[in-house]
Design a protein around this ligand. Sequence first.
Ligand SMILES: Nc1ncnc2c1ncn2[C@@H]1O[C@H](COP(=O)(O)OP(=O)(O)OP(=O)(O)O)[C@@H](O)[C@H]1O
Length: 273
Amino acid sequence: MLLSTHNLTKDFGAITAVEGVDFTLDHGELCSVIGPNGAGKTTFFNLLTGALEPTAGRIEFAPTSRSDPVDITDAPTHETALLGLHRSYQITNVFPTVSVLENVRIAVQAHRGRDSWQFWRNANAFDDHVAEAESILSRIGLAADAAEPAENLSHGEKRTLEIGVALAGDPDLLLLDEPTAGVSSEDVGTVTDIIEDVAADHAVMLIEHNMDVVMDISDRVAVLNQGELIEQGEPETVRNSDAVQRAYLGGYDSSGGAVESDDDANGDVGVSA
Ligand SMILES: Nc1ncnc2c1ncn2[C@@H]1O[C@H](COP(=O)(O)OP(=O)(O)OP(=O)(O)O)[C@@H](O)[C@H]1O
């Protein structure tokens, strides 16, 4: 077990955004978190990374660097990041005028910042960081763009670069917030391939509205609705769940396609069939 939450709850005044969520994730698992708009997905991620403090409940994380699970319930983001829990954001978050390579190298250096005194003592450290950044760029298919300012990349490539930046932190768990949002339909497959590749040696949690992507790449799907975890299981199980179909107001049918080509009332599941 890599991550577990126990009765995790977050209130914003009268709104309970996350309610009593008991969730576990294993090492190496790829789990998508889905649910209608306002279901609590982003709040759930923000609780896991420490961007928000829960109103109640507990979060434990068992990174490979520790022999015992760590209680991260009240840990701030820099602590969860150091422990190996990284996230990408819904809105692209790279330095636009800085080169693609530099974006990743800076992230590698920031991650190694704990040893910054060694950085100055070790003349090879800079070269090591560059080498690691180059290897990440190869992995995510952006090696040829290393010298380009990040702003010259397509939207899909920027989202991919974000994944590269998150990888630079050497995470055990990568939280990806809508990595295909705004990505052109031709580029979705590329981003999806990269996520699958990254998931081969990392645990990944994914907030994703594109149901084709979710059903295609997830080991497990967890469904939030009005803050509660209403269903979880293999994609096929979740696809056929009455509770999930009710939550989505029938926007996704049990035969595998989107029932409606337009977005439904929740605006969530109008995916390409
Ligand atoms: N900072 C905040 N203050 C007050 N209410 C908030 C805050 N953040 C989220 N909420 C509310 O909490 C609920 C859950 O929101 P959240 O953004 O987590 O849902 P979501 O599933 O990520 O939605 P979406 O798919 O639209 O991104 C919503 O009712 C939202 O309005």
